[in-house]
Ligand binder design. Structure first.
Ligand SMILES: *Cc1c(COP(=O)(O)O)cnc(C)c1O
Length: 399
């Protein structure tokens, strides 16, 4: 506490709080939404499929199905993959709870594989270790926007006949060996939450090349109902529809899709801004032995959803909490991504124990997410660097 007072006796690096993430909305986005509000359809209208077609074209797949959230989209993918009671699905604990929850929604059992110590992405060797006769699918997460080693994951999936559902909430626009994420495995989920690359308020999408998955996803997001004459068991008349399985109302509205279409036009410029700020961080922070910067592999191109520094606690007189709070006092909007999912109270109740993913649990104690979003400025990035250097220097054991 004495340290905190001493360090913050002076003026904070910034006067105004800089959030860790935020949407970028311009007049064109606003006009696109207004146009839909003045049109005939604000939901189940024509804008949804336009948005789906453009996302599919952007990532290079045949199909895309929009959902009311990324979480709903993941649920849909687990349904389409026929995850059900007792099926095991391997995922990472270094993710938002939704990646694992989507398995539970279907009655499946999430199994957590550990991460690699350098990229923090799921470790293919750990995935292999966790496979049993009940394993049905793998949900890899492209953590921070850096693609996982998909070749390895695909090889394992082929060997054991597993379905791959990529959680690419962080990775819209990212590339794996010159292919866009979203075009590679069975199904891929993207999220349009405001902190993600583009936003629809709430929203998500599944991209796929598989016609059967596509049809199931469409029906799942609208109560399990179809009006498709080819699918109806009988046809009682022009009003007739059939509910053929238990689905949900997980539809995106046309209002959201219009915002998404307008945002999509700016996606590449948003990504290049994120890359620019991430490279400023990489360049300016690389000389500090007290922090470890995120390692980037050679054959991938991250879309930089998050920028995470890892503290070298051996060289610091404070723990993560103290350093986190000190950065907050500098008006830097820091965050922690993520609390390992299996350590959440609900997962503990289900019987998951601490210690099952030691690399993830250790990482959790040492990470801080710095602000990174397309609407920040180079000056903002330099403020973040100044604050990090000030705080780290204060707590360093190196004099
Ligand atoms: C944001 C996110 C989700 C869920 O997306 P929502 O659109 O908020 O439901 C799932 N997984 C990861 C890793 C995310 O970051």
């Amino acid at each position: 506490m004495k340290h905190c007072l001493a360090i913050h006796g002076g003026r904070p690096v910034r006067e105004r709080y800089l959030p860790y993430g935020k949407q970028s909305i311009d007049e064109k986005d606003i006009q696109a939404v207004i146009n839909v509000l003045k049109s005939d359809f604000i939901t189940t209208g024509p804008i949804i499929s336009q948005f789906e077609e453009q996302v599919a074209a952007y990532v290079g797949t045949k199909y895309a199905v929009a959902f009311s959230s990324g979480t709903a989209a993941l649920h849909g993918a687990c349904f389409a993959a026929e995850i059900s009671d007792g099926d095991e699905v391997i995922t990472t604990p270094m993710t938002f709870v939704a990646s694992a929850n989507s398995v539970l929604y279907q009655g499946g059992l999430p199994v957590f594989a550990d991460i690699k110590s350098d990229t923090y992405n799921i470790d293919p060797r750990s995935v292999r270790d966790k496979i049993t006769s009940k394993t049905k699918a793998i949900i890899p997460v492209h953590f921070t926007g850096q693609p996982v080693e998909l070749d390895e994951i695909v090889k394992i999936a082929q060997e054991f006949n597993l379905i791959i559902i990529e959680d690419a909430a962080h990775a819209l626009g990212a590339m794996y060996k010159n292919e866009k994420i979203g075009s590679i495995s069975d199904m891929t989920m993207f999220s349009f939450h405001p902190v993600k690359h583009i936003t629809t308020g709430e929203g998500g999408i599944i991209t796929t090349n598989d016609e059967e998955y596509y049809q199931k996803l469409l029906q799942f997001r609208t109560h399990g109902i179809t009006r498709d004459p080819n699918k109806l068991v009988e046809n009682q008349g022009p009003w007739y529809y059939e509910m053929q399985f238990l689905g949900f109302n997980y539809r995106m509205t046309d209002i959201q899709a219009a915002l998404g279409l307008s945002q999509l036009k700016k996606l590449d410029s948003f990504i290049s801004k994120r890359k620019q700020y991430a490279s400023i961080y990489q360049e300016e922070l690389k000389g500090l032995p007290e922090i470890i910067l995120p390692k980037q592999l050679n054959d991938v191109d991250s879309s930089w959803h998050l920028y995470i520094i890892r503290l070298n606690l051996m060289l610091l007189k404070a723990d993560r909490k103290e350093i986190f709070q000190a950065l907050q006092k500098e008006n830097i909007g820091v965050n922690v991504h993520y609390i390992p999912v299996h350590t959440q109270p609900f997962y503990k109740q289900l019987g998951y124990k601490s210690g099952i993913c030691p690399e993830s649990e250790r990482l959790y104690e040492e990470i801080i997410t710095l602000p990174l979003f397309s609407g920040m400025t180079e000056e903002d990035a330099l403020d973040v660097i100044q604050a990090v250097k000030k705080v780290i220097k204060f707590y360093s054991v190196i004099k």
